[in-house]
Design a protein around this ligand. Sequence first.
Ligand SMILES: [Zn+2]
Length: 466
Amino acid sequence: MKFPQTLAELEQSGYQPRSVKAELQANLIEKIRKGRELFPGIIGYDNTVIPEIENAVLSGHDIIFLGERGQAKTRIMRSLIELLDASIPVIAGCEINDNPFKPICKKCHAALDEHKGATRIAWLPRSRRYAEKLATPDVTIADLIGDIDPIKVAEGRYLADEHAVHYGLVPRTNRGIFSINEIPDLHEKIQVGLFNLLEERDVQIRGYQVALPLDICIVATANPEDYTSRGRIITPLKDRFGAQIRTHYPATLDEECAIVRQEMNRFQFDGFRVTLPEFMEKVIVEISQTARRRSEINHSSGISVRMTIHNMETLISNALRRAIRLNEQEVIPRISDLVHLPATMKGKIEWNFAENHEEEGKIAALIRDAVQKIFRETFPRGAFEPFLKQFSGEDTLEVSECTDSLSYAEKIERYSSLREKAAGLVDRSTPAALASAAEFVLEGLFITGRILKETHDHHTRYGTKP
Ligand SMILES: [Zn+2]
């Protein structure tokens, strides 16, 4: 299809302009009817968040997403872009994407008066109809809405003349989606300005009343605690949001595993083969899920899925580091790699009352509890009685993050029942895989009180209980 390039061509084409919300509605209806996946890559929200978004869009509502950090709020807002038309006609050169049939800026009115049907049309792709702003206390009316150029006013232009206005981010997103992250952090004065712009369609800039009948869909995010705390957000702005949608963390281990797999860095290096055993993957995810249940953690900011992703990446990187040093091809993370997680976890957890020096210990306890939970879920009670009979007397097994896989596997060979259980945990019984699986078993037996453990300098010795 050839896109009309002038107003006359656009009129002849039969193009019917519609508001941005009507456009979102129509395209959503089309997608639902065709059975298309509406939010590809958004995992775990099929029965909670997504139906609410659909209702909000069908209702033509502005939306506020309430949720703690790392709940894909920004990603969801950005995915709304896909509900816009591929491109829409605007008057060429207009700063605020004016509708050719109904311009609001003076410059476009003047252009139409002068060129009439020959007025140039440009086509704006949907990717350019979305803007995002992180609300901070220093965001100004000038940033969001606009400023009056005092020189132009001094030149004698009359007060409400929009020629004297330098448009901010919201008018520049006219006919699109404007998203504000952490809206309660906007100064109250800015909230008032924003509300007037959206509701009254005019706004005061430096004391001048400027009319700006914008066509815009607003989406915003807020931490639930900030949003509900008195005085953080002005009531009329709150009322403006037709839909308040609560996001949440992945409800299950499997969902969080799926998100992490989708989002984490790809580890593909020539000469190395990265394998992530299922039990290690579950341990990493369980660390976050356990943290979300801990009462000693302040949950108002939450435990982001990003922490899980970063932990997974650090875990694999440490295994890779070992493989490089030991000149091995197989990269398989072990329990002893977990000792490096505090580097990615610190700062992502807010402890209640924890002193700085206590943090490492609290993180270690969190990791231990996660390993214990996954160990108990993986093996039935009594699964290791045969091994515990073999592992007796003065027996010890020394392991570390830097023990090479072959000598690790040799140590395991001495205990047939340990080897058998370890082999059952992995797809291929390579030395690196057996080392990882055996260490999970040994650590699990230690945590559940069946064997002893001593650690010095990242070297761990498991021993029998007297
Ligand atoms: Zn214009």
